[in-house]
Write a protein that binds this ligand. Structure first.
Ligand code: N01
Length: 539
C-alpha cells in the first residue's frame, strides 16, 4: 500500500485524541483508540513510521534485543505471519516491519507526516487540548497522548567550534536516508555508547582511517548475530504465548535465563563457566546471570572483571586494552552489544583517543583538537546519544492547568504518576514516560502495556460518562519518592549515565526510569485500574 497519509489540515479540527509520534508506541496507540471508535490523528516529524527505527540509520544500526521478542505481541496473526531474517535485524528490516504494521492495520490515513508538534495547551474550561504544529495547524482533542519516545531527542554535544567544522558532520540518531560514502576518508567518531559501538566497526571497514574519541569505556558483549533458522523460528512461534508470558514475569520483560540468586553463592569456576556460556550465547543475556548484580558490588565485580579480561585477550595492544576496559561497574551504564567491536581496535586504520581526563578542546575547521593536538579529519560522526526520557517531552511547550509549563514543573526532575499521568496536566498520557520501567526493559512489551492501560482507561471513562482524568498530587509525590528510592538503592547510582541525566549539561541528576522491574510495575498499574484508577481524579 502506498502511504496515503493525511494532508496537513490548516483549519482548526476537533478530534477525540491526538497522538504525538508514529513510532512503535504511537502506531499501536492509534490502532487501540480507533478500535474504541475514537477519532484520532497522529503527528509525526519524519516521513514514515517507525520512530527509533526510522531515525537511527547509522551504519551498523540493528536492534540488540532478540527480535523474536522485540516485536509486537498484540496480534497473534501478525507475530505468526512476520518472519525476521536475523537474530538481531538491521534498522532497514525494523523500518520495513513498522511499515508492514501500518499497512496491515491501515494506520496511514490517520498519520500526518513531516509535521512537528511544537506546543500543546490545556483549556480547563473547555476540557480540551490544543496542539500546535510547525505548519501552523491547530487541532483540539479531548486527549493528548505523548508517544514521543525515550531516546529520540538528539544530544548535540556542546563542544567549542562544532559549527565551524569544514567537513561533513553526522549524528548517528539523525543519519541521512542516503548512505554516507566513507571511502578514502579520515573519520572521527565521538562517543562509545551503543550507537558508537555498532557503527565504529562498520565505518572502519570503509574509511581510510577512524579516530575514536572515548570519554567513558563501556562493557560490550558480542552479538553473535546470525540468520534465523527455520526450525528455531517455528519452535518459537508454536510456543509464543508461553514464552511471552514467561518474559513478562522477568525483571526486564525479556526472555533471559537466570543462573542463580547470587554470584557470590557459587565457586569462581562455576561463575566463570556461566559467564563463558553467556559470552558464547551473545547479546544482553549476561545481565540476568545473577540476581544481585545491582545490589552487591562484589557480585557485580565478578562480571565486570570477566568482561575486562575478555577485552585484554582480544585487544592486542595492552595499553589500548586498558583504555577499553571500563572503570565503572557492569550495568551501571547501559550494556552495549556489538559485532567485532574490540577486534576493530586491532586494525591499523583505527586509533583510540582517551578523552576521559581532558575532554575535547575544540573542533576546528580541520578536525578535532585534544590536549593541544588537532587530528585532521574529513568526516565527524557524533555518536553522542540523547536527552533521554524527558528530552522529547520538554522540547514541546506543554502547558497544563492555569498555563503551568511542564518544563517548569520538571525543572528539578520529572514528576509523574506511574510514568503515565502528570498532576496539573489532565487528559495527557505519556507512553513509557519517566517513572515507568521503559528503558530498563524490553521496550515493545513495555509500550504495549502502557498503550493497553491507556486504552482501557479511556474506554472506562467513556462507559462511565467521564471526560476528565488527572493524576492526584499526593499519588504523584508518593510514586516519585518510590521511584527515586529504588533508583538510589541500585548500583546504577554509582556512575554517570543517561539513566540519571548525567550526559546532558545542567540536567538534574534524577533517575529517569522506574528500576523496580516490569512485573512489580505492571502489578501496580493493574491494581490502580482495578481500584477505579486510584490516585487519579476522574470527573
Ligand atoms: O548514546 P549514549 P547512544 N564529549 O548516551 C559520549 C539505545 N540504543 O546513542 O559515556 C565527548 O549511550 C558519551 O560519553 P559518556 C541504548 O539504550 C540502542 O550510543 O557520557 N563524548 C558516550 O560515550 C543506548 O544506551 C541500540 O562519558 C561525549 C556517547 O557519547 C541509548 O540508545 C543502538 C560527549 C553517547 O552514548 C543511547 O545510545 C543504539 C561530549 N560532549 C542506541 N557527549 C540498539 O538497540 C556525549 N559523549 C542496538
Amino acid at each position: 500500500m502506498s502511504m496515503a497519509a493525511v494532508e496537513p489540515d490548516h483549519a482548526s479540527a476537533r478530534l477525540d485524541a491526538i497522538i504525538v509520534g508514529a513510532g512503535i508506541a504511537g502506531m499501536y496507540q492509534l490502532y487501540r483508540l480507533r478500535q474504541l471508535g475514537l477519532s484520532v490523528r497522529v503527528f509525526e516529524t519524519g516521513t514514515s513510521v517507525g520512530g527509533t527505527w526510522y531515525w537511527n540509520r547509522y551504519p551498523g544500526a540493528r536492534v540488540d534485543t532478540e527480535t523474536m521478542f522485540y516485536s509486537y505481541q498484540f496480534s497473534e496473526a501478525l507475530q505468526q505471519e512476520w518472519d525476521w531474517p536475523e537474530r538481531y535485524p538491521a534498522q532497514a528490516d525494523l523500518a520495513a516491519y513498522a511499515r508492514h504494521v501500518a499497512d496491515r492495520f491501515e494506520l496511514w490515513p490517520d498519520i500526518q507526516f513531516e509535521t512537528r508538534v511544537d506546543a500543546a495547551r490545556w483549556d480547563d474550561a473547555a476540557g480540551l487540548w490544543t496542539v500546535e504544529t510547525d505548519d501552523g495547524t491547530q487541532v483540539t482533542a479531548r486527549f493528548c497522548i505523548m508517544a514521543t519516545g525515550c531516546l529520540s531527542a538528539v544530544n548535540y554535544p556542546e563542544i567549542d567550534g562544532l559549527e565551524d567544522f569544514a567537513g561533513e558532520t553526522y549524528h548517528t540518531a539523525h543519519w541521512p536516508a542516503d548512505s554516507v560514502d566513507f571511502a578514502g576518508k579520515r573519520v572521527a567518531v565521538i562517543g562509545t555508547g551503543s550507537s558508537g559501538v555498532q557503527s565504529i566497526p562498520v565505518i572502519a571497514e570503509a574509511a581510510a582511517h577512524v579516530t575514536v574519541y572515548q570519554r567513558t569505556a563501556n562493557y560490550v558483549m558480542p552479538a553473535h548475530n546470525r540468520p534465523m533458522a527455520a526450525d528455531e523460528v517455528a519452535e518459537i512461534k508454536v510456543n509464543y504465548p508461553a514464552l511471552r508470558a514467561k518474559a513478562k514475569q522477568s525483571f526486564s520483560g525479556n526472555y533471559f535465563p537466570v543462573a542463580g540468586p547470587s554470584a557470590l553463592a557459587v565457586s569462581e569456576e562455576e561463575r566463570n563457566r556461566e559467564y563463558e556460556k553467556r559470552w558464547a550465547m551473545g547479546g544482553l543475556a549476561i545481565m540476568a546471570t545473577y540476581a544481585d548484580f545491582q545490589t552487591s558490588e562484589a557480585a557485580n565485580e565478578t562480571a565486570s572483571d570477566f568482561i575486562r579480561n575478555k577485552i585484554r585477550t582480544i585487544v592486542k595492544d595492552p595499553d589500548v586494552a586498558e583504555l577499553l576496559a571500563p572503570k565503572q561497574l557492569f550495568l551501571c551504564k547501559r550494556l552495549c552489544v556489538g559485532t567485532n567491536y574490540y577486534e576493530t581496535y586491532n586494525r591499523d586504520n583505527v586509533t583510540l583517543v582517551d578523552i576521559s581526563e581532558t575532554g575535547i578542546d575544540r573542533i576546528t575547521p580541520e578536525g578535532v583538537c585534544v590536549a593541544g593536538h588537532t587530528e585532521p579529519v574529513d568526516v565527524l560522526v557524533l555518536a553522542t546519544g540523547f536527552d533521554a526520557v524527558t528530552g522529547a517531552l520538554k522540547r514541546i511547550d506543554i502547558r497544563g492547568v492555569d498555563g503551568l509549563a511542564l518544563r517548569e514543573k520538571w525543572a528539578d526532575g520529572p514528576r509523574t504518576y506511574l510514568g503515565l499521568g502528570i498532576a496539573g496536566f489532565p487528559n495527557l498520557f505519556t507512553i513509557t514516560g519517566p517513572g515507568s520501567p521503559s528503558v530498563l526493559t524490553n521496550m515493545i512489551p513495555s509500550i504495549e502495556q502502557h498503550v493497553e492501560w491507556i486504552a482501557d482507561c479511556v474506554r472506562h471513562m467513556r462507559d462511565a460518562g467521564l471526560d476528565r482524568i488527572e493524576a492526584e498530587r499526593d499519588a504523584e509525590t508518593d510514586w516519585v519518592t518510590h521511584v527515586n528510592d529504588i533508583g538510589d538503592e541500585t548500583l546504577r547510582a554509582t556512575c554517570q549515565s543517561w539513566y540519571f541525566g548525567s550526559n546532558i549539561p545542567g540536567k538534574p541528576r534524577v533517575i529517569l526510569p522506574y528500576a523496580g522491574g516490569f512485573p512489580a510495575y505492571t502489578e501496580k498499574c493493574d491494581e490502580v485500574a482495578a481500584a477505579g484508577y486510584r490516585g487519579f481524579a476522574l470527573r
